[in-house]
Design a protein around this ligand. Structure first.
Ligand SMILES: Cc1cc2nc3c(=O)[nH]c(=O)nc-3n(C[C@H](O)[C@H](O)[C@H](O)COP(=O)(O)OP(=O)(O)OC[C@H]3O[C@@H](n4cnc5c(N)ncnc54)[C@H](O)[C@@H]3O)c2cc1C
Length: 244
């Protein structure tokens, strides 16, 4: 539970006695944030709490990592986004960019390949999905058909935020009604053109900056591409056109 303290600050209770802090950054996935807020009935106000209660997680995703006894073709890229291969969304050849996989591949002469499938139907047969993903790999990189799988890991999670069409305005922002409470993470709405890890990191900086500003301390400067048209004249024309 996170609870406000009269005069500013919060207490955080997590499996022990409440501890007092000047401020808190809530940097959780959608399910975690909903859980903490529902356990914190005095946090912020009812409108904000209802907004958090409406957050949803995207359908489950599968990450399959395969250790193969022979290398993929030398010209295969480190990362390949795919479309038209069933549920397979991308293929990574890990030894191209990850130290541990590179060491394993050079020691054994094999390849470490990772397959991702996002937004799998919640009722899907998981073992069948895992098999289908490997079959799609065989279509994308045919040289893997004859490879022996030395080891395999299939990880299922469902902790990505869901962004429904038209849901932008309802997402939480970094600032909350309580100046001692800020929110960071991929689920957070920000006007900067960022997403995924970049949004998580950017809103982390914005959350720190919001708290530091309250103590009169300068935070981190964030650089971005322009967030609006650069010509005042053209912006005025667009505004006029929108009125028609
Ligand atoms: C398979 C896959 C591939 C991806 N590839 C890319 C990529 O190539 N590039 C990219 O930019 N992004 C990628 N992403 C997205 C990226 O991982 C996320 O955008 C990023 O991790 C979001 O960070 P976050 O801090 O918002 O949330 P998370 O990283 O989900 O962190 C939330 C944290 O909150 C913790 N938590 C939850 N509940 C509680 C609780 N009750 N109490 C305490 N702690 C709790 C969790 O344990 C977790 O550590 C990928 C995601 C997936 C699933």
């Amino acid at each position: 539970e996170v609870a406000p303290v009269a005069g500013g600050g919060v207490t955080v209770t997590a499996g022990g006695p409440p501890r007092r802090y000047d401020a808190v950054v809530l940097a959780l996935d959608s399910g975690g944030l909903r859980h903490v807020v529902s356990a914190s009935p005095r946090l912020c106000d009812a409108r904000w709490r209802a907004r958090i209660g409406r957050l949803r997680s995207a359908p489950p995703f599968l990450v399959s990592r395969l250790w193969l006894d022979r290398p993929v073709a030398a010209d295969r890229p480190g990362f390949l986004g795919t479309s038209g291969f069933g549920g397979l969304d991308n293929v990574s050849v890990l030894e191209r960019w990850e130290d541990e996989a590179a060491r394993w591949a050079s020691r054994t002469g094999g390849s470490v390949v990772e397959l991702h499938a996002y937004a799998v139907g919640p009722g899907a047969d998981r073992a069948a999905q895992q098999r289908l993903l490997v079959e799609q790999l065989h279509r994308v990189y045919p040289e893997t058909r004859d490879a022996r799988t030395v080891d395999a890991r299939h990880e299922w999670r469902s902790d990505c935020p869901l962004f429904p069409v038209g849901g932008y305005a309802d997402r939480p922002t970094v600032r909350t009604p309580d100046p001692a409470v800020v929110v960071a993470g991929d689920l957070v709405r920000t006007d900067l053109p960022v997403a995924l890890m970049e949004r998580a990191a950017t809103t982390g900086f914005l959350a720190a900056n919001a708290l530091l500003a309250g103590w009169g301390v300068r935070g981190q400067t964030l650089w971005t591409v322009p967030a609006r048209g650069r010509s005042a004249g053209l912006r005025a024309l667009v505004r006029l056109a929108r009125r028609d």
